[in-house]
Design a protein around this ligand. Structure first.
Ligand SMILES: [Zn+2]
Length: 93
């Protein structure tokens, strides 16, 4: 949470959280990976609808120290689960 707040301050844009903590049942229902950052409360999907907001969130996430970043259409996953691979960036398409 502190890292997310740091990124929010650096980005200086609203962080609209589309998905945060998920119980395992809901995560499974929506097709999330079993080891998803969301099921430990260490993952957030932040809305990014335009290119400048996208840039500000992405660059701030890196500066704040996020080591798991998943750019998606209209959102960016920021993960902070140390048991998952670190220094990774992936796409969903
Ligand atoms: Zn996510």
């Amino acid at each position: 949470m502190n890292k997310l707040l740091d990124a929010r301050k650096i980005a200086n844009v609203p962080f609209i959280i589309l998905s945060g903590f998920r119980c395992r049942s809901y995560n499974h229902t929506i097709g999330g990976r079993a080891a998803s950052d969301h099921v430990t409360g260490q993952g957030s999907d932040i809305r990014a609808l335009d290119s400048s907001t996208y840039f500000e969130i992405l660059s701030a996430a890196i500066l704040a120290g996020f080591l798991r970043i998943g750019p998606n259409r209209g959102a960016i996953h920021l993960g902070n689960n140390p048991t998952n691979p670190q220094r990774v960036c992936w796409t969903y398409y």
